[in-house]
Design a protein. Structure first.
Length: 227
């Protein structure tokens, strides 16, 4: 099996269609029909990825995403009929790794999931980057600040690894999207701003004067190489 995927979708036809395409790709699929059940199954089964419909009974997908992200770094993909930019950014701000609007192509959905899992599982045992008191280990997929473990989502980790791997280099938002989401990702460049903002909340002692992740106006972001 390529991995276990928890699908939280209360529409039986949509759930069956998703299961069909994912099982064809060799994934084990667990279907849940409400948010409470999704939380219970995620805690019990420790899936490799969670696919969440936003509009679900009992506990909606946004609340499930918020709770799961607090408890773990499992990759989360949101599915929703809400397709405005603000809705997408809200989901990403809560810790989702991707956001797919309905109606969607099942093949595109599988491709997005494959990309996320490939990058989540990517390991290089020989890469460790240190900037000041910040250390990122790509082999262990861990981030430490002043010796304490910092929990990061896979996308946050990908962006941070790119920035720390080339300190001082200015990355455009598109370049960071490619690094963290994959070259086949077609998404909003503003999602990078959301992830960087979340990283700063976790890493920076003073959000008004960032130490590690610096904004390069008119370009994007860079890691401070003068620490």
């Amino acid at each position: 099996m390529n991995g276990r995927i928890l699908v939280a979708e209360d529409d039986p036809k949509q759930a069956d269609l998703i299961r069909l395409y994912l099982e064809r790709e060799g994934y084990a699929v667990v279907i849940t029909t409400d948010g409470r059940q999704a939380l219970d199954e995620a805690r019990r089964r420790a899936p490799d990825l969670v696919l969440l419909d936003v509009m679900m009974p009992r506990v909606d997908g946004l609340d499930v995403c918020r709770i799961l992200r607090y408890e773990s770094d499992v990759p989360i993909v949101m599915l929703t009929a809400r397709s405005t930019e603000d809705d997408m950014l809200l989901g990403l701000d809560l810790g989702a790794d991707d956001y797919i609007a309905k109606p969607y192509s099942p093949r595109e959905l599988v491709a997005r999931i494959r990309t996320i899992l490939r990058r989540t599982n990517l390991r290089d045992d020989n890469q460790q980057f240190t900037i000041g008191e910040l250390v990122i280990d790509t082999g262990r997929h861990e981030v430490h600040l002043r010796g304490s473990l910092v929990e990061c989502t896979p996308k946050e980790f990908g962006i941070l690894a790119a920035l720390l791997g080339s300190p001082g280099r200015a990355f455009t938002r598109l370049q960071l999207l490619e690094e963290a989401f994959g070259f086949d990702y077609d998404g909003l460049e503003r999602t990078v701003d959301v992830h960087v903002a979340n990283l700063r909340k976790k890493l920076e002692p003073d959000l008004a004067k960032p130490t590690y992740l610096l904004t390069v106006y008119g370009v994007g972001y860079k890691c401070n190489d003068q620490i």
